[in-house]
Design a protein around this ligand. Structure first.
Ligand SMILES: NC(=O)c1ccc[n+]([C@@H]2O[C@H](COP(=O)([O-])OP(=O)(O)OC[C@H]3O[C@@H](n4cnc5c(N)ncnc54)[C@H](O)[C@@H]3O)[C@@H](O)[C@H]2O)c1
Length: 400
């Protein structure tokens, strides 16, 4: 018997972006194929379990599996049964902070035998500007005639299922037909479509992320200036923001990290031939915050005689993802300064060195809030000194 056709196949469909998208597409009625090279994650998802923290995803997955609208395989042959392919693989930067275009090319090379003329191929990863046109040309040079679109993902990690329904979807295509078909695909899940050219869409996505990263850097630099002046930044922040709408958007200071913001700022800097001074300054401020705090602690304490506890190893609050988490930069920097460094996180499951929160509090002389998970908010940490850049803790003995 011929296997049934699929409305869409998501390549990288077990990833942080791919899975919420695949589930959302299936939820609005599409028959969705999930192709992912990670066979372990495929098995996990097939068994009804989401491999990372994503609000609402597991309930949705459990509801969708019995409908038969989801098909999972670690096999690009799934692509042979659809007219629509969405690509959401990771797009890293290298040791020179430059994008690794080869990742996209290698993936396309592996998919080529399974792609066919007339298919819609939607690029959804965050890419270096020009990648969409390059992909279109690359397929043509390989004698393939596909409709190529770029429709970037802009969800906040951990809230993809909700945000996909609420966020306008940027649509672009290398031809009118590609644009039209991509718009049709996303009209089922997005509340609004914003149609632009591929180059505009690529820049819009990178500008969105770089702007957010610069906002965090601004708050971090304000914090450092206030701190150097011996002023409590929490009081300054309250004075700036309370009932003053123009300051409402200033974020709190804190460790600004994760797999996207710095990477995408670096991609934009590379695209701008390093003439992105604000972006480069933001990287220095955000990445430098950890070393600044370590230096400050080194001056105030004899760290070599102390045990330091790090609270929250995920890259941000309420998730389990440690990719590019600055908590680990802290851990590394403190390893050569402190007597011992202990780490804890209520969500992270991938780090065998993590200890229980109670043990970290009991054994530490000094604590540092790295990820402001809600569970920490009201604790007093047995009166021990705590570094809280975020201004997040309610009852702790905060020392900065
Ligand atoms: N994480 C976010 O919040 C977020 C938000 C917006 C955009 N993005 C962008 O989306 C893209 C994906 O990010 P992510 O966080 O989901 O990454 P991820 O690593 O969580 O997911 C990528 C998935 O692709 C799979 N994969 C890699 N190569 C493959 C191949 N050749 N065939 C099939 N599967 C393959 C991996 O196994 C993995 O499951 C990146 O470009 C990222 O910048 C991420």
């Amino acid at each position: 018997m011929e296997p049934h056709p699929l409305d869409v196949v998501v390549v990288g469909g077990c990833g942080h972006v791919g899975l919420p998208l695949a589930l959302s597409l299936a939820d609005c009625g599409y028959k969705v194929g999930i192709d992912d090279i990670d066979g372990v994650k495929i098995e996990q998802v097939r068994a009804g379990s989401v491999p990372f923290l994503e609000n609402g995803a597991e309930e949705l997955l459990k509801r969708l599996l019995p409908t038969g609208r989801l098909e999972l395989a670690s096999n690009p042959r799934l692509l042979e049964r659809t007219q629509t392919v969405v690509l959401v693989i990771g797009t890293p930067i290298d040791e020179f902070l430059n994008p690794v275009r080869k990742v996209v090319q290698d993936c396309i090379d592996a998919l080529l035998p399974h792609l066919s003329d007339g298919q819609l191929l939607v690029l959804r990863s965050t890419v270096f500007p020009g990648t969409t046109d390059w992909l279109d040309g690359y397929l043509k040079r390989n004698n393939r005639d596909l409709k190529v679109a770029f429709c970037p993902e802009r969800m906040v990690q951990g809230h993809g299922i909700k945000e996909l329904k609420e966020t306008p979807q940027i649509i672009s295509g290398t031809t009118a037909a590609a644009e039209e078909e991509a718009a049709k695909l996303f009209s089922g899940i997005a509340p609004e479509l914003v149609v632009v050219t591929p180059r505009e869409a690529e820049l819009a996505k990178l500008f969105n992320n770089a702007y957010r990263y610069i906002e965090f850097a601004t708050a971090n630099q304000f914090y450092l200036i206030a701190k150097a002046a011996g002023v409590d930044y929490r009081r300054v922040s309250d004075a700036m923001k309370r009932n003053y709408p123009r300051a409402r958007g200033i974020p709190s200071p804190g460790l600004a990290a994760g797999p996207c913001l710095m990477k995408d700022t670096a991609q934009l800097a590379a695209f701008a031939q390093n003439q992105f001074s604000l972006g480069n300054a933001a990287m220095l401020v955000n990445e430098g915050l950890v070393l600044h705090l370590c230096d400050d602690l080194r001056r105030r304490y004899d760290l070599s005689r102390m045990t330091v506890g790090l609270l929250g190893m995920a890259f941000k609050a309420e998730i389990d993802d440690t990719r590019a988490s600055l908590s680990y930069k802290f851990k590394k920097a403190l390893a050569s300064l402190a007597g011992a460094v202990l780490t804890t996180d209520p969500f992270v499951t991938t780090d065998p060195e993590l200890l229980a929160l109670d043990e970290v509090i009991a054994r530490s002389d000094l604590l540092i809030l790295c990820a402001p998970h809600a569970v920490y908010r009201d604790l007093d940490f047995a009166g021990k000194p705590v570094v809280d850049v975020w201004g997040f803790l309610k009852n702790a003995n905060v020392i900065s």
